[in-house]
Design a protein around this ligand. Sequence first.
Ligand code: PLP
Length: 406
Amino acid sequence: MEMNTFDCKLPNDKGYFGEYGGSFIPPQLQEIMDEITTSYKEIRQNPEFIQELGELYKHYVGRPSPIFYAKNLSKKYGADIYLKREDLNHTGAHKINHCLGEALLAKKMGKKKLIAETGAGQHGVALATAAALVGLECDIYMGEVDIKKEYPNVIRMKILGAKVIPVSHGRKTLKEAVDGAFEGYMGDPITQFYAIGSVVGPHPFPMMVRDFQSIVGNEAKVQFKEMRGELPQNIIACVGGGSNALGIFTAFLEDESVALHGVEPAGKGIEVDGEHAATMTKGTVGVMHGFKSYMLADEAGEPQEVYSVASGLDYPSVGPQHSYLKDTNRVNYAIANDTETIEAFFELSRLEGIIPAIESAHAIAYAMKFAQGEGKGSTILINLSGRGDKDIDFVAENYGAQYGIE
Ligand SMILES: *Cc1c(COP(=O)(O)O)cnc(C)c1O
């Protein structure tokens, strides 16, 4: 793989990673984003904040998450496969890492309420958890269709003390929830803090969420060296907005011996628009949701409908740093489709006794392909971004007969 020169100290002061990122928002909101940037830059140097967040990571989230050598999977597929166990975190995924960071920052800035949209409810639950802990109100905007579909997460958010605000226009799913949350935010951007759920949105969010997630790779680097005496040859992570991937990649960006692989959801196939969410594989460059990046857009420049069997991956854009890492060839972006992903979901469950989130199963699926081909005999570290408890009903209903669950 040819590696162009790239700068891993990015973004610049305006929030750009090469040509990607920035901030495309109304002037009134820009002032507030600038305040958030200033506060964040202060706080990330502040030893008190660093210690407070570090203690929460340790005693509340359960960090460091272990690395597990998946011996049975390794033997069957022909490479040494390791899992970074973000599925063992409190609330069951990596999202708590940045939700705690954002909640603490909002609290220090004197904000009263965290708001966000949620699709399947995973970001909503992680944020409601952080809000409860830190002592902030929390409004989660959610499409009415998703509220029905993801009812257990709706109940979780309510038990945690958050308000779930139904959004009833359009198709009543994630896209409308984003509109609803944005409108709610514009109503009072002074006392509310819009906690973005991945490395997307206007500056400083792609930088800030990445920084909060980078604990994953920092830990993994030390742990892997302890286990193997060297760095992994390959690291694989799934990419929705891209936060868990940047979480594990960041510590290794300057290590040229480590190949990085991001896996996008190919859904039912990348040939047909609307049946996948492979943004960097199929997208074009444009502006959406306040930032410039690769995106899946229709002819009018509006977000295309996207689809993945993993509801946490069906986003029509991607974090701007990923677009930059794609263009500079530092990361190899690959795909896994629904069928391969469900196969990987069962392989990991039955070979290792670990039920992965369907999102994370995309990374497993690609690792299985890679281990049998180009990556044969190599060391592979996979970011297991979350656990699959949330997915078991869906899998049983849709794939039960095929996999002997009756
Ligand atoms: C939300 C989610 C993702 C996708 O988000 P990224 O920002 O791309 O990491 C991946 N895995 C799990 C378990 C999730 O909950």
